[in-house]
Design a protein around this ligand. Structure first.
Ligand SMILES: Nc1nc2c(ncn2[C@@H]2O[C@H](COP(=O)(O)OP(=O)(O)OP(=O)(O)O)[C@@H](O)[C@H]2O)c(=O)[nH]1
Length: 379
């Protein structure tokens, strides 16, 4: 009897306990859900997702508020970029396919050779290199000729010879005697100069080098902003000056900073207004002289737009007379059916193409390689 009473008492207490626990859980849960969300604090210029409206209820389960940690991008390593060269050029590889089609004909008559010549000239290879190539192709096809496979081998070898695999295409990004390497980037506005500086910074970061960028294009504030954005994405500092200020002073400050801080490479973006040759000569000459009070310039990289054809060659000539150009970055090769400009510009300046721009994406800049380029052309 007494034990029955005790049993009912225990069951009753247990039920009470369960009701109490469920009640507490419900009250706490509701309290949490109705807590207003704090609007995130922003500072000017910060890019954030649209803020949640205060007082709105947040759906369950409640997540810990995310702290916006700026994540740095990890740029692609240069070696894997060459794969893209093949894809991008294959799209506009009319030159390679056209040449192969003609050379594989059973009868290589005069009309065919003329068509081959027209194709080469149309791809901006230039008159002299075209004649040389056609001459060599004629001889070899006569001696070795016959069949599409042979045509491909002969054409590949001769195109590689024309592009010249013996040229040193390494970008000089290292300084001597503890100085940083200084890369001075020159070229007409719109060729992709600022973009190329940003892309070079990414390549250097991918190779674990410390980098500083100098926005010495002080004529357009947007150019410095553009460069700052490139820098922020990979954690590279950008030295800039007041709009309309002296470009040489920005370049000097950046290189001095680079020397003081033991930076590996300083890349200097310049303005390339071609209003007249004397003005350009004065400006670029001063930038280079002033930099060299701190450390020697190790590379003068001329940025050329591959789609501008003969115009690009004229620009190249003017710049090479003003500064001692040591390498060429050929941009927008992805949008050009005129890959032959590589040959023409190297011949004109006697300077190697060291980098090629293959698109607007951040890692669309690849080190140039003669064999990979020809293979990409031939598809
Ligand atoms: N398709 C393609 N577009 C490119 C390439 N390189 C640069 N561009 C584009 O070309 C345009 C001009 O590039 P910028 O870097 O601003 O040219 P810039 O010579 O510095 O000109 P300013 O900034 O006016 O001094 C931009 O829209 C780039 O995205 C490339 O390799 N391929």
């Amino acid at each position: 009897m007494l034990s029955d009473l005790m049993l009912y008492l225990v069951i009753g207490l247990a039920l009470l306990l369960v009701v109490a626990v469920v009640g507490v859980v419900l009250v706490v849960g509701r309290g949490r859900r109705s807590r207003p969300v704090e609007a995130p604090r922003t500072t000017p210029g910060e890019v954030l997702a649209p803020p949640a409206t205060p007082e709105t209820e947040v759906a369950e389960p409640e997540a810990e508020p995310e702290v916006a940690v700026p994540t740095l991008e990890v740029p692609e390593r240069p070696a894997s970029r060459l794969v893209r060269l093949r894809q991008r050029l294959a799209g506009s590889g009319t030159l390679g396919r056209g040449l192969l089609g003609l050379l594989s004909r059973d009868q290589l008559d005069e009309d065919t050779w003329e068509a081959i010549e027209d194709l080469l000239l149309g791809a901006d290879i230039g008159v002299q290199p075209t004649q040389e190539l056609v001459e060599r192709l004629r001889t070899r096809m006569r001696v070795e000729g016959g069949g599409a496979a042979d045509a491909r081998t002969v054409l590949r070898e001769e195109l590689i010879t024309l592009v010249d695999p013996s040229m040193d295409r390494g970008l000089q990004v290292s300084g001597a005697d503890g100085n940083p390497g200084v890369v001075l980037v020159v070229g007409v506005n719109g060729t992709g100069k600022t973009t190329t500086v940003g892309k070079i910074a990414r390549i250097l970061v991918a190779e674990d080098r410390t980098v500083l960028l100098a926005a010495a294009d002080t004529f357009r504030a947007a150019a410095a902003d553009q460069l700052s954005t490139w820098g922020e994405r990979v954690g590279v500092e950008v030295i800039r000056g007041p709009e309309g200020g002296d470009p040489a002073s920005v370049a000097f400050d950046a290189v001095k900073d680079g020397v003081d801080r033991g930076i590996d490479t300083v890349v200097v973006d310049t303005a390339g207004r071609l209003q007249n040759k004397q003005g350009l000569m004065d400006e670029l000459g001063k930038v280079k002289r002033v930099i060299e009070k701190q450390a020697p310039v190790t590379e003068v990289l001329l940025v050329l737009d591959a789609t501008t054809g003969q115009n690009g060659l004229i620009q190249a000539k003017v710049f090479s007379e003003v500064v001692d150009v040591t390498g060429i970055a050929l941009t927008k090769l992805d949008g050009s059916a005129k890959g032959g400009i590589v040959v023409a510009v190297q011949r004109q300046l006697g300077v190697p193409v060291k980098l090629v721009g293959l698109g607007e994406g951040p890692d669309d800049l690849a080190p140039f390689d003669a064999a990979a380029f020809v293979d990409a052309l031939l598809g």
